[in-house]
Design a protein around this ligand. Structure first.
Ligand code: GLC
Length: 561
């Protein structure tokens, strides 16, 4: 563990309860709401959400009780990957707004005493970025080396330089007729990787970070950050038996991603980026990385060579933990063991790439409330994806007609196989419009929405659920209020309560100074009798508040000291 990191954390986090939003270390106790701008709220009737729409709906996020907003990319882009293919990092896509509106958005978020985190795609640009166009124009232009170019192999040089696979399968090398060379793309063909071995590239991208930090942005979510560097020996990757990469390993498609993912250069770059981010203070800024790999590897993104790197990383294991008390116990134990203080784990249940979190729960609102209770009471930063608070479900949208470039890539996979996996290969399914009210298009747009609105929006929408004290939305509000009012839930130590943990119940304590809370979660559909539980019920997901028993799927927060 990096000593410097530990000391800093202790200094900033062990101060008195009720950390103000501007205090150092605010990110350790924050709660994050992710907005996918295209689908949030449309103010000009073009069927796409926009920045003015986010501004108009900020009070929804504030009233829920979130303290930070992460916004997926809205920069200039051909939108082939809906913003994750950027053609100009310093301007706003006209369909979303302009710089003035963007600055107003930052300001309006700050006025509400919330933080704003932008999505920074550093690994690649769009192939329509002027840098790439210049780089591709010849082998000797000033930006010739800004991307990862290599000669091909084989008789006519038309075979890829090595066997490296993209993170989504298939060769990541793409032939460029103009340069008669291959360029490397970790993700899709139109997203060429920048060459960070070139100091000019590194400087240009650190300047992009500086640009937004100086505009007042409080931090960044860093897109596929473990693909930033490639090994410059360009050796072939070794074979592997793994077919599909997972949260724990990027290996897949029958190879170990030894030379193109999780490279030392990327760990070091995290520390360089941290130094830039730390040069902006008042308030302190924050970074969370999208990385995949085993614990030992991914931790290096947070501290490397005795230097601080990213503040935290997404721990995606939460996305695949089944709805079972024992499995969640294991996940929490794993996080506590491997990411103990001063690390702050993250708890994320869905995002713009993953299926809607209520769907694997059989769309059962009681289970969704229980999971929300877990997310807001466990030690870590909760990330909530827009619509999760009203229980937006995953619709079935066929791969064939998917707008998502991944859906287009996989469209030859038979639909029945996709349905069988239960996963979203078509990411349109997790990006459908926010459901605001019962009017046409759920109040999202006066035009034609870019993706269909879920059919049951009449029941599941912000307006209807706000008026129902038993709704999922009301549960989120009360939970966040409980979390925000009790610093022990944000900063307290977590210990599992062996006495109450069972195959049905997950139980843990949160403790800070003289305060002690007990959190009980019943993962079963039966009532569970409780032994020796006393204390004041601060919150329960089922409003019956029987003292001696937990209701089916009830989650409860007790103050015992
Ligand atoms: C990340 C993003 C995803 C995007 C990809 C390429 O995984 O979350 O939406 O398509 O990177 O930028």
């Amino acid at each position: 563990m990096n000593r410097l990191f530990a000391v800093l954390w202790t200094l900033t986090c062990c101060c008195s309860p009720g950390i103000a939003q501007n205090a150092a270390g605010w990110w350790k106790t924050t709660s994050v709401y992710q907005i996918y701008p295209r689908s949030f709220y449309d103010t000009d009737g073009d069927g796409l959400g926009d920045l003015s729409g986010i501004i108009q709906k900020l009070d929804h996020v504030k009233e829920l009780g979130f303290e930070t907003i992460w916004i997926s990319p809205f920069f200039k882009s051909p939108q082939r990957d809906f913003g994750y293919d950027i053609s100009d990092y310093r301007s706003i896509a006209p369909e979303y707004g302009d710089m003035e509106t963007c600055l107003k958005l930052i300001d309006e978020i700050h006025k509400r005493d919330m933080k704003v985190v932008f999505d920074l795609v550093m690994n690649h640009t769009s192939d329509e970025h002027s840098w790439f166009k210049e780089s591709a124009s010849s082998k000797d232009n000033p930006k010739a080396d800004w991307y990862v170019w290599k000669d091909g192999t084989g008789k006519d040089g038309r075979k890829p330089p090595n066997n490296w696979k993209a993170t989504i399968g298939g060769s990541g090398w793409h032939w460029h007729e103009g340069r008669k060379q291959f360029y490397w793309a970790s993700f899709l063909e139109f997203q060429p990787d920048l060459n960070y071995s070139n100091p000019e590239v590194k400087k240009a991208m650190l300047d992009v970070a500086r640009f937004w930090l100086s505009k007042g942005v409080d931090g960044f979510r860093l897109d596929i950050f473990n693909s930033i560097y490639e090994d410059t020996s360009f050796q072939n990757n070794p074979a592997s038996l793994r077919i599909i990469p997972s949260e724990e390993t990027p290996d897949g498609f029958f190879q170990k991603m030894k030379y193109n993912v999780n490279q030392e250069g990327s760990f070091r770059f995290a520390t360089e980026l941290r130094a830039v981010v730390d040069s902006f203070q008042n308030p302190e800024r924050f970074m969370v990385g999208e990385v995949f790999g085993d614990v030992e590897t991914t931790k290096k993104f947070c501290s490397y060579d005795d230097k601080n790197g990213l503040h935290t990383i997404f721990l995606f294991q939460t996305l695949s933990t089944p709805f079972k008390a024992k499995k969640w116990r294991k996940t929490i134990e794993h996080f506590e063991e491997n990411f103990p203080m001063p690390f702050v784990p993250t708890y994320v249940f869905s995002n713009h790439d993953r299926r809607r979190s209520i769907t694997p729960l059989g769309n059962d609102v009681r289970k969704a409330k229980l999971m929300a209770l877990l997310q807001f009471t466990v030690r870590g930063i909760p990330f909530t994806y827009y619509g999760e608070e009203i229980g937006i479900e995953k619709p079935t949208l066929p791969l064939k007609t998917g707008l998502d470039p991944l859906a287009q890539r996989y469209k030859s996979i038979p639909q029945f196989m996709v349905n069988w996996t239960g996963q979203s290969l078509n990411r349109d399914e997790c990006r459908t419009p926010m459901q605001w009210d019962t009017t046409e298009n759920a109040g999202f747009t006066s035009g034609t929405p870019w993706l269909p609105v879920n059919e049951n929006f009449g029941k599941k929408n912000v307006k209807t659920e706000s008026e129902d004290p038993n709704s999922l939305l009301s549960c989120y509000k009360q939970l966040l209020k409980t979390r925000n009012e009790n610093v022990v839930l944000e900063k307290g130590e977590l210990t599992l309560d062996d006495e109450h943990c069972s195959s049905k119940v997950l139980a843990f304590y949160r403790e800070l100074e003289s305060e002690k809370f007990l959190v009980l979660l019943n993962f079963s559909s039966n009532q569970v009798k409780l032994k020796d539980v006393s204390g004041k019920i601060l919150f329960s997901t089922s409003r019956t508040e029987l003292k001696e028993e937990l209701e089916p799927f009830e989650g409860r927060i007790l103050k015992i000291n």
